[in-house]
Design a protein around this ligand. Structure first.
Ligand code: SAH
Length: 388
């Protein structure tokens, strides 16, 4: 199989004329917010007030901002809290505990995010790019290619939407909060490094400067862009790193994760171990089990050989079906065997649940439906629970 590989670290090429994403409070560090307000002729302390509205109260409604002069509310919202993402469609499954939202960006791009509620936590799975340039053949997002990077504020907006729905008790189970963030939606987060890092700061900065979610509860998942992993290591953050390995050998990984032709298994794991050493945090190794492709007992042993004795945790993911894919999930027996071989070598291993698979909201299934040229996505939010 041959996949032509774009430069994974390059800024995506502009297709046609690109309209820049409007600037938003969530793109700016606290000092830059104060500067932006001064430029708007407003006192700098308004930065804190607007941050409180957005990150704590999750509101962008001028009418609710009663601590601001009525005359300047609308202008401030327009300048610093523009609506970047419009909900197009929502799909719900798992008795309401999993909610996938399709969003339209200001320029028409479509992206998805997924909120998963569990008894003790609520995880928001966010997209970092519209589409993805990594071309992994088993992933639906990878099939359509990359449209563009998301801005930091577009990433944060997905989290704020989930936080708002939980805080207002709109998710079954009563009012709650977002406790975990995973960069496992559409896109390769480390190929949009600057915006993803800015978003991580906004997500983890204490309230009211940010959302106040613990760094340790944020996971960045990557195909293994080695220079970017090293750059992340140098940031000194406590976020969890997840590496999508999917094969222990370069021959197969070259095919499953085409970027492997640039950075081999040994280099990717080398960078991962350095991350673990610098942060003291266990690295997650993600491994989608694909029937008769990467699920053989000998590959489990080879994987165990690479990981034994390391600060690591393996997440086995039964392959989720994607349109047109020739591959299917491993048989339960081979999954158990694969898991047991890792566990026997003392490697912590879990099988990931396939939350959201009924609504194409599980790993690798996020692929915003393409709308016919000129067609307009519906403006109103529709609930389309599709439970088989
Ligand atoms: N680009 C990043 C993050 C997005 S994908 C990355 O690749 O890590 C999140 C995880 O879902 C990755 O491990 C990815 O390989 C996996 N995945 C993709 N398609 C899948 C599928 N069809 N079934 C199961 N997991 C899949």
């Amino acid at each position: 199989m041959s996949v032509s590989l774009p430069d994974p670290l390059a800024v995506p090429p502009a297709r046609g004329r690109r309209v820049p994403v409007p600037r938003h409070l969530a793109d700016l560090a606290p000092d830059d917010r104060r500067r932006a307000l001064a430029e708007l002729g407003e006192p700098a302390y308004r930065a804190q007030q607007l941050s409180q509205h957005y990150f704590v109260r999750h509101t962008t409604d001028p009418a609710a901002m009663t601590d601001l002069p009525a005359a300047s509310r609308a202008a401030l919202v327009e300048a610093l809290l523009p609506q970047l993402l419009t909900p197009v469609r929502e799909a719900v499954c798992d008795n309401g505990d999993t909610i996938k939202t399709l969003w339209r960006g200001h320029d028409g791009v479509l992206i998805e995010s997924v909120l998963m509620r569990y008894p003790q936590r609520a995880t928001m799975c966010v997209s970092s790019q519209a589409g993805c340039g990594m071309a992994c053949p088993f992933c639906a997002t990878g099939q359509a290619g990359l449209t563009r990077n998301l801005s930091a504020a577009e990433i944060v907006a997905q989290v704020v939407a989930g936080a708002r729905a939980l805080a207002r008790g709109q998710v079954p189970g009563g009012p709650g909060r977002v406790s975990n963030i995973v960069f496992m939606g559409m896109g390769e987060p480390l190929a949009n490094y600057a915006s993803v890092l800015r978003a991580v700061r906004r997500i983890t900065d204490p309230v009211p400067d940010g959302l106040g979610i613990s760094q340790r509860s944020v996971t960045i998942s990557t195909v293994g862009l080695v220079p970017a992993i090293r750059r992340l290591t140098a940031e000194g953050l406590q976020v969890r790193l997840a590496v999508s390995l999917h094969a222990p050998d370069d021959k197969l990984r070259d095919e499953l994760v085409p970027v492997n032709r640039r950075w081999k298994v040994a280099e990717v794991l080398g960078a991962a171990w350095d991350y673990a050493a610098a942060t003291g945090r266990r690295v997650s190794v993600e491994y989608a089990l694909i029937k008769d492709v990467n699920d053989q007992a000998w590959r489990a042993d080879a994987l165990a050989g690479l990981l034994a004795g390391r600060l690591v945790h393996v997440n086995l993911i039964p392959l989720n079906p994607t349109p047109g894919s020739r591959w299917t999930a491993s048989e339960p027996g081979s999954m158990r065997e694969f898991e047991a071989r890792l566990a026997d070598r003392g490697i912590p291993v879990t099988v990931r649940d396939t939350r959201g698979s009924q609504i194409d909201g599980a790993c690798g299934q996020l692929a915003a439906p393409s709308l016919a040229p000129g067609a307009r996505a519906p403006d109103t939010l529709q609930i389309s629970a599709r439970v088989p």
